[in-house]
Design a protein around this ligand. Structure first.
Ligand code: HEC
Ligand code: HEC
Length: 389
């Protein structure tokens, strides 16, 4: 079933819809499933929701090291924070034998957390929201490559790259959605630098990296200073079903409801080249198993490509083939539910976020400058439009 378009559903004052209609997929808040789910999907959503917010303890395999003990601790209401992650940028002369991520809590026999080494300034990564991610996962791979090719033909410096990588988990959790196994080539879609291709893979990666909970997808504990290879729960901690249900939950989360699209704001968004990277809609797979997400123009406002965002946004950290200045265009969804924007939350307003696009070497420099050159009225209309997404 294709979910309804907003056009015509709003009040009498609603402006006319634009060429790229915004799909109404939720109530005006997060933590809601997409409308009209069959009962079986609805049950999976509820089970996954409970697992997502469940606080995990030592008996369940928490540790040896962890950052937070539930997904919800960092993605409250499926959104951004309050928990977060810190990374260590490459610093000359500093070795990082236990990786680039701070893991501040030790339990289950561990004594030594992974702390920021002396002489290193850790950088913050705020969690992106997880709502609407089923639409992102459903997008045709050929769409991502089409947009990549279109950008490669541009002459203004915008030239995003798909993050080509090899699948890092042993297997996928739910064969309905993905059958990738370790070493297969894939294109990354999730994570701030698009280092993960599927929601199964992300759930398993987050359990392992953020909580020390192993699963059939990620069966080993990460290296830690005490050299521990297990915790209080012997062997693999989680079942395949847990990964599968948590991934299903994220897949079935709606995009927070958007007001009627404002034609003028949308036109200005395109005029300032925002829409080159924040592509309003991308086509999803016709054979996607969730009918509401299959074969539609998903209103994601991203190209899922990596862009060189210049020195100003660089974090000194490399994720696979994504360098320190590279970031994936974030989907613009539910922005009004967020109090902090950009990968580290440094921007408090959309205008601040746009200003940060304009730094030495940034592909988005010209776009940010086009925004600045607009009249005050037009700038306000564009900001209102973006804040409504
Ligand atoms: C300690 C905080 C923390 C915890 C706990 C956590 N996350 Fe995250 N999450 C983050 C951060 C930070 C990112 C961005 C990571 C990056 O790109 O390096 C992220 C990114 C994601 C993304 C990618 C979204 C996108 O569109 O790019 C998904 C999906 C996700 N998390 C799901 C989960 C799930 C499922 C769990 C529980 C198993 C979880 N997270 C637990 C902090 C957390
Ligand atoms: C070259 C591609 C590109 C262009 C052009 C571009 N952006 Fe972005 N945008 C990005 C990337 C990449 C990020 C993430 C940067 C980061 O987190 O450090 C981003 C982040 C954002 C954010 C913060 C989103 C969040 O969830 O934190 C907003 C808002 C935004 N852009 C709006 C705009 C607007 C408005 C324009 C046009 C004036 C624009 N962008 C032009 C690539 C682009």
């Amino acid at each position: 079933m294709i979910v309804g378009f907003l056009a015509g559903c709003g009040g009498a004052d609603d402006p006319a819809p634009t060429a790229a209609p915004l799909t109404v997929v939720a109530d005006d808040r997060s933590d809601v499933p997409i409308a009209g789910l069959p009962a079986e999907w609805r049950d999976r959503f509820l089970l996954g929701d409970a697992l997502f917010d469940q606080t995990n303890g030592e008996a369940g395999g928490l540790g040896p090291l962890f950052i937070r003990s539930s997904c919800g601790a960092c993605h409250a209401l499926d959104s951004r924070g309050p928990g977060f992650v810190e990374k260590f940028p490459a610093t000359t002369g500093v070795e990082l034998p236990y990786g680039v991520t701070r893991r501040p809590f030790a339990t289950a026999g561990a004594k030594t957390p992974i702390e920021t080494p002396p002489g290193v300034a850790a950088t913050v990564r705020l969690p992106p929201p997880v709502f609407g991610r089923g639409y992102v996962e459903a997008i045709e791979e050929s769409e991502i490559l089409r947009v990549e090719a279109e950008q490669a033909a541009r002459t203004d410096g915008i030239r995003g790259r798909a993050h080509r990588l090899t699948y890092a988990s042993e297997l996928s959790a739910d064969p309905l959605f993905s059958t990738l196994t370790k070493g297969a080539s894939a294109i990354g879609r999730f994570g701030l630098k698009a280092r993960v291709p599927t929601l199964d893979d992300f759930a398993a990666d987050a359990y392992q990296g953020d909580m020390g909970l192993t699963s059939p997808l990620r069966p080993t504990e990460l290296p830690n200073p005490d050299g521990l290879t297990d915790d209080d729960k012997p062997g693999v901690d989680l079942s395949l079903e847990t990964i599968s249900e948590v991934a299903a939950y994220m897949r079935l989360l709606a995009i927070p409801k958007r007001p009627a699209p404002d034609a003028r704001g949308a036109a200005l968004f395109a005029q300032a080249d925002c829409a080159v990277c924040h592509v309003p809609t991308l086509r999803t797979r016709a054979d996607w198993p969730v009918p509401a997400q299959a074969g539609i123009d998903a209103p994601v406002y991203t190209d899922l490509l990596l862009h060189d965002m210049g020195d100003g946004l660089a974090d000194g950290v490399t994720d696979l083939a994504a360098g320190p200045r590279d970031w994936k265009t974030p989907p613009l969804m539910g922005l009004r539910l967020q109090r902090a924007l950009l990968h580290d939350g440094r921007a408090k307003t959309v205008e601040d976020a746009i200003a940060a696009h304009d730094s030495e070497g940034s592909e988005a420099r010209g776009s940010a400058q086009k925004f600045r050159a607009l009249s005050g009225d037009d700038r306000a209309a564009l900001l209102t439009f973006v804040s409504s997404l």
